[in-house]
Design a protein around this ligand. Structure first.
Ligand code: ADP
Length: 397
């Protein structure tokens, strides 16, 4: 059980991997195979001596990329493989050992996540063929949110769509929100408290956690609902689809591309989906970049205020993800737009808590706490995988 867990996050054209040791302070071998299927496919990462490497994969598919990753991990003996699976529907409320019926159940949720689940399954297949004897565990992005009450997960739509087709809010980024909420309970001195978490990366979502359980979240049936994201619109009037179809003759596919790939920070700024780039441009008074950041921050504040309704008590707010962990100006702007919450931001601590640092950024003046907690989805997936194996081990003995 002291051996590392291999964590695999398989996307449609990429595989992220990390070999997570049992001791949290030990270094991880990690990397990314990207642009799979293309001539410029590449594997980059960190090797055993901490050195960075980058090598071409020449049009490799998922299975070939996985073989190249395993070559890099030669001599390592993972105790299990933990797979990030995006959608677990209502069936999966926690990490689950992958066997044939579980694989079929993941396949059955493909309709709910047509872009993600097939890629995740390709990762499972590729790993199974290379590591047939290792336990494989599925850790679902949706599982942490299965504690949402009906008032938070139901849409105001006819019941048959929920009963027969699973149309409801599921929520995503579960491993990140679970990790951050566990850290908050450990660090905040208010275990079993009420927390709001803003995960701000390329994808963005908020989550309300009460006594360690997710009670509401901003993403819904798909990871498109809620906040403004890198290229995703987040909430729009649901009437927009019919309007674009009628007025511009747009197909569903065209509208889907618009909302997922051409909107968000990119669409608003007309410049970039990357917050670093937008902050530079806004400093030079680029109007689109300024507006994109303003809308982005306002919508986060609005979402946090809305989600506070799910909590009997608010102990604090935490920021995580590439933007949440680094963009101190974004955090300051979000806090500024929640004046009635009694938040007191510590300007210096806010400015210096960047670059993967964990820390408290409020003045400790009796109001809700403010935290920056670096996310660790791989660490959480490894932890849940290890925990499940231990339970199986105890059951068997
Ligand atoms: P993903 O959701 O793909 O895992 P990340 O969590 O890495 O993405 O977040 C990517 C976002 O974080 C990008 O918008 C990037 O510009 C932003 N980001 C990273 N570092 C900084 C920084 N120092 N200042 C502002 N934004 C940053």
């Amino acid at each position: 059980m002291n051996n590392p867990v291999l964590v695999i996050n398989c996307g449609s054209s990429s595989i992220k991997y990390a070999l997570v040791p049992a001791a949290p302070d030990q270094p991880r071998l990690a990397g990314l195979a990207e642009r799979l299927g293309g001539v410029d496919a590449r594997l980059t990462g960190v090797d055993g001596s901490g050195g960075e490497f980058s090598c071409p994969l020449h049009g490799a598919d998922h299975a070939e990329a996985m073989a190249a990753i395993l070559e890099r991990l030669e001599g390592q003996h993972p105790v299990a493989v933990g797979h990030r699976i995006v959608h677990g529907g209502e069936r999966f409320t926690r990490a689950t050992r992958i066997d044939a019926p579980v694989k079929r159940a993941i396949e059955a949720t493909v309709a709910l996540a047509p872009l993600h689940n097939p890629a995740n399954l390709a990762g499972v297949e590729a790993t199974l063929s290379l590591f047939p004897d290792l336990p494989q565990v599925a850790v679902f992005d949706t599982a942490f949110h299965q504690t949402l009450p009906p008032r938070a997960y139901r849409y105001a739509l006819p019941e048959g769509l929920y009963r027969n087709h699973g149309i409801r809010r599921y929520g995503f980024h579960g491993s990140s929100h679970a990790h951050v909420s566990a850290r908050l309970d450990a660090l905040g001195g208010r275990s079993h408290g009420g927390w709001l978490i803003a995960h701000l990366g390329n994808g963005c979502s908020t989550c309300a956690v009460w006594q360690g359980q997710s009670v509401d979240t901003s993403m819904g049936l798909t990871p498109l609902e809620g906040l403004v994201m890198g290229t995703r619109s987040g909430d729009v009037d649901p009437g927009l689809h019919a309007h674009l179809a009628r007025q511009l003759g747009w197909s569903i596919e065209r509208i889907d591309t618009l909302l997922n790939k051409e909107s968000g920070l990119l669409g608003l700024s007309g410049l970039s989906n990357d917050m670093r780039r937008l902050e530079q441009a806004a400093a030079e008074h680029h109007a689109g970049a300024e507006l994109a950041i303003e809308v982005f921050c306002y919508r986060i504040a609005k979402s946090l205020a809305a989600l506070s309704c799910a909590l009997p008590r608010l102990d604090g707010i935490a920021f995580t993800g590439g933007i949440g962990e680094n963009a101190s100006a974004v955090r300051a702007r979000v806090v500024e737009q929640l004046p009635h919450f009694g938040l007191r931001l510590a300007a210096e601590a806010n400015a210096s808590t960047v670059g993967g640092r964990e820390g408290r950024i409020d003045l400790d003046a009796g109001g809700p706490q403010l935290w920056v907690i670096p996310t660790d989805e791989e660490g959480r997936i490894a932890e849940e995988t290890r925990q499940l194996l231990q339970e199986h081990h105890h059951d068997a003995t």
